[in-house]
Write a protein that binds this ligand. Structure first.
Ligand code: KIV
Ligand code: ZN
Length: 514
């Protein structure tokens, strides 16, 4: 039996993560993510902010029903209508939680809430009591805690624990704290709040100064028992603390933390890929733990040392986070069975239909490319996963372009049993394709961002196009893949159009705090 202290992992990818621009997800996608988080082993899933919009409410309710083992939380301001909405949204969860928050710092009290300290304490206490009438598990967050006067913060924490909060979260809302200072704040609360042992201390750090993970870990060392984080660190502004970095730090340095969490580290990499493909937000190559270069050794000295003893330059093994050990190469003679096995080794669990569709595209790709690498397969599958919400399917695209010609594109799409072909001209072949897609679907998002990268090296490499479009005030990211970059561009645009067409969760601005 391990004598390690247990640290709970509270994942807020579906709430704070989803608040990051271009990261909104529809209900089917949120359910898919919630299931992945459950198999990753997180303790708590914050599924959304029920009062924010009908779509958010529906998503929290759907996740509550879909999840079996994890606690499912909904965020609520400290006002009755928010708490009622949160309570109804999590009503079907096996382990429901209401997460109530109210800002406590001087700047928020004076300028945002326009309330005196006593009123803040009263609002917080009433909110916690009201939430406790609906669920036994209530978390309270004094928003902007790290910029709150420590004595007043201690008073609020003491009062909400007396009112029935079983978790108190200490957010560094604007990413202002420094690690030593934040650790000291947690120690101060442990020392000065008499009833603190009746609650779990949680931490929630933003990355504005690039310190979200460092601050969270400093807090764990100081005694925090829950860390709030997101996959790939997505979230408001510069993001939240990255789950994978927190977990692997605890895992790699037991000598420092002597703390364990329930995460199955081998699910980290596939979960990271899933979030990247659903949100269209690529993971930077040099991102710790899950970036493409995280385990690549380029310099001769490093390679030499690594080959003599892996531990000279590697503190974690790629397998530990679920990166498959061998980069087996498949080719056009590989069968469906080998392909399926490879997808499983890469950490995916796909429906038969998804395997069949990905395999068909793999065969086409293997005809064009001599060797198909893991990265190619991952990109193909990520595209299949993105198709959860496919309304229009691309059948074909032809373009003519060049000097002294008007770029023209002919596009064929299928919607249910209906095949539609249309043609358009544009400033270039990609613009012409986008015009044709707009004519067929009637959806006309404007392009804000376009980038192209090669998945592997070599002139037969697949191109991956990532775009961000804007439609009726909402931003949508999407990706497309092909050895032909015009087709990859068409796939990316169509995927964004499909997201718009199936948008059940609209990105509604967070309601103002009371
Ligand atoms: O950053 C923050 O303060 C929050 C709270 C609502 C917990 O997200
Ligand atoms: Zn936050």
């Amino acid at each position: 039996m391990s004598d390690k202290r247990k640290v709970l992992i509270f994942d807020t990818t579906l709430r704070d993560g989803e608040q990051s621009p271009g990261c909104s997800m529809n209900i089917a996608e949120k359910i898919e993510v919630a299931r992945a988080l459950e198999s990753l082993g997180v303790d708590i899933i914050e599924a959304g902010f029920a009062i924010a919009s009908p779509g958010d409410f529906e998503a929290v309710a759907a996740v509550s029903e879909a999840v079996n083992d994890c606690v499912v939380a909904s965020l609520a301001r400290s006002i009755p209508k928010d708490i009622d909405a949160a309570a109804s949204a999590v009503a079907k969860a096996k382990r429901p939680r209401i997460h109530v928050f109210c800002a406590t710092s001087e700047i928020h009290r004076t300028h945002k809430l326009k309330r005196a300290k006593e009123e803040i304490v009263r609002m917080a206490v009433e909110a916690v009591k009201l939430a406790r009438n609906s669920v036994p598990d209530v978390e309270f967050s004094p928003e902007d805690a790290s910029r709150t006067e420590p004595e007043f913060l201690a008073e609020v924490v003491r009062a909400v624990i007396d009112a029935g909060a079983s978790t108190v979260n200490i957010p560094d809302t604007v990413g202002y704290a420094m690690p030593a200072e934040y650790g000291d704040l947690i120690r101060y609360l442990i020392k000065n709040v008499e009833n603190i042992s009746k609650a779990v201390i949680s931490v929630h750090c933003h990355n504005d100064l690039g310190l979200a993970v460092a601050n969270s870990l400093a807090a764990v060392r100081a005694g925090a028992g829950q860390v709030e984080c997101t996959i790939n660190g997505i979230g408001e502004r510069a993001g939240n603390a990255a789950l994978e970095e927190i977990v692997m730090a605890l895992h790699t340095r037991p000598d420092i933390f002597n703390a364990a969490c329930g995460i199955n580290t081998q699910r980290i990499y596939p979960t990271s890929r899933l979030i990247a493909s659903i949100t269209g937000q690529n993971v930077p190559r040099n991102k710790a733990i899950v970036g493409e270069n995280a385990f690549a050794h380029e310099s001769g000295i490093h390679q030499d040392g690594y080959l003599k003893n892996r531990e000279t330059y590697e503190i974690m093994r790629p397998q530990d986070i679920g990166v498959p050990a061998s980069k087996l190469v498949l080719g056009k003679h590989s069968g469906r069975h080998a392909f399926k096995q490879r997808t499983e080794a890469l950490g995916y669990s796909l429906s038969d239909d998804q395997v069949n569709r990905a395999f068909e595209r793999f065969k086409v790709l293997a005809d064009k490319k001599k060797e198909v690498f893991d990265e190619d397969i991952e990109a193909l599958i990520d595209e299949e996963i993105e198709k959860i919400s496919e309304v229009w399917r691309l059948i074909g695209v032809q373009t003519t372009a060049g000097s002294n010609t008007v770029p023209t594109a002919t596009v064929t799409l299928v919607r249910e049993d209906q095949t539609v072909t249309d043609a358009a001209t544009g400033d270039g072949p990609v613009d012409a394709v986008y015009e044709a897609i707009q004519r067929i679907t009637g959806i006309k998002p404007s392009l804000c961002d376009y980038s192209l990268r090669a998945i592997t090296s070599g002139k037969d490499a697949q191109g991956e196009v990532t775009i961000e479009v804007e439609h009726e005030g909402g931003k949508f990211r999407a990706r497309g893949l092909s050895t032909d970059i015009v087709e990859a561009s068409a796939r990316a645009y169509l995927s964004a159009v499909n997201r718009i067409a199936t948008r059940t969760v609209t990105k509604t601005p967070k309601p103002p705090s009371p």
